[in-house]
Design a protein around this ligand. Structure first.
Ligand code: UTP
Length: 292
């Protein structure tokens, strides 16, 4: 198995859960403290050696493209002022990996977004990182997923265990054999009611996909919400592992935030800020008073 080095980050969704904030601004550009959500995601990809990154973008995502480009006038002004600290912050996103762009041509679903990456990924396995899912910095999740892909040859999804009362918000898996943190997946069920969910394992926004998954996506009819769903393609491979090598899950136990969900976004902001040296002490003291 060749080591995957390319990553696809779909950011073409409409972000309707965050309206009106996302009417004219991509939800992936919402800040967590002082850094846009998407920068955390790109930093994670680069940290684990996925240096070639493709953004699947859509209409009105210019702010996102500009964020990863140089800002000459601003940089010149900061240089003149000798403000190296801020200059470094402005330049950091520009120096992250090699970023490429493709337009999805309409928000027709996550599966559709990923299929537009075909000419970038070619016949190699690749990582997918959802542009609004933030994983704690020290987790090594993506590294572990790549290791499992190389050992099993399967596509790999990241799983978290959630309470039964929350499983209806997620794609859920029917587990087969379990070996430590690795689960053989037999099937996927999209957003099941707690009574019929085959497990409490929920799929989160990190994947290592075999290239054949793109062929399966091409043959799909629109699924839930009238969209081409990645989960539907993964389910086909999971039910018949001869197709595209099957699917396994890696169970993640660290911190993660779905920054596309309002409550999760607020929690993420507080948790990240409370850990910072410059904000944490004052914020934590204030929080204690506030909850009283
Ligand atoms: P979400 O399921 O969070 O959808 O997509 P969304 O449309 O952006 O948000 P809501 O539910 O309307 O608030 C997960 C990721 O997949 C991307 C999104 O940009 C997000 O990063 N996506 C989704 C696409 O790139 N294209 C699509 O057609 C759908």
């Amino acid at each position: 198995m060749k080591k995957p080095t390319k990553a696809v980050i779909p950011v073409a969704g409409l972000g309707t859960r965050f309206l009106p904030a996302t009417k004219a601004m991509p939800k992936e550009m919402l800040p967590l403290v002082d850094k846009p959500v998407i920068q955390y995601v790109v930093e994670e990809a680069v940290r684990y050696g996925f240096e070639d990154i493709l953004f699947v973008t859509g209409r009105d995502k210019y702010a996102l493209e500009n964020h990863f480009d140089s800002a000459e006038a601003l940089e010149a002004r900061l240089e003149e002022r000798g403000d190296d600290e801020k200059l470094e912050k402005v330049q950091a996103p520009t120096n992250l990996g090699r970023i490429h762009y493709v337009r999805q041509g309409g928000a027709k679903g996550l599966g559709h977004a990923i299929a537009t990456a075909r000419s970038f990924t070619g016949d190699e396995a690749f990582a997918v990182l959802l542009g609004d899912d933030v994983i704690e910095e020290t987790s090594h999740l993506l590294e572990r997923m790549r290791e499992v892909h190389m050992a099993t040859g399967a596509s790999v999804v990241a799983l978290v265990e959630v309470p039964s009362s929350e499983i209806h918000k997620y794609g859920c898996v029917k587990p087969g054999s379990i070996d430590g943190d690795v689960i053989q997946i037999e099937d996927f069920v999209e957003k099941p009611k707690a009574e019929v969910a085959p497990s409490n394992y929920a799929v989160i926004g990190r994947y290592i996909l075999r290239p054949e998954i793109l062929d399966i996506i091409d043959g799909l009819e629109p699924g839930a919400g009238g969209e081409i769903q990645l989960t539907d393609a993964l389910a086909i491979s999971a039910r018949d592992p001869k197709l595209a090598g099957g699917v396994v899950g890696v169970v993640f136990k660290g911190e993660r935030y779905d920054a596309g969900d309002k409550l999760e976004y607020i929690k993420a902001t507080i948790r990240l800020a409370s850990k910072r040296d410059d904000l944490g002490p004052e914020l934590n003291a204030w929080l204690k008073e506030f909850v009283k």
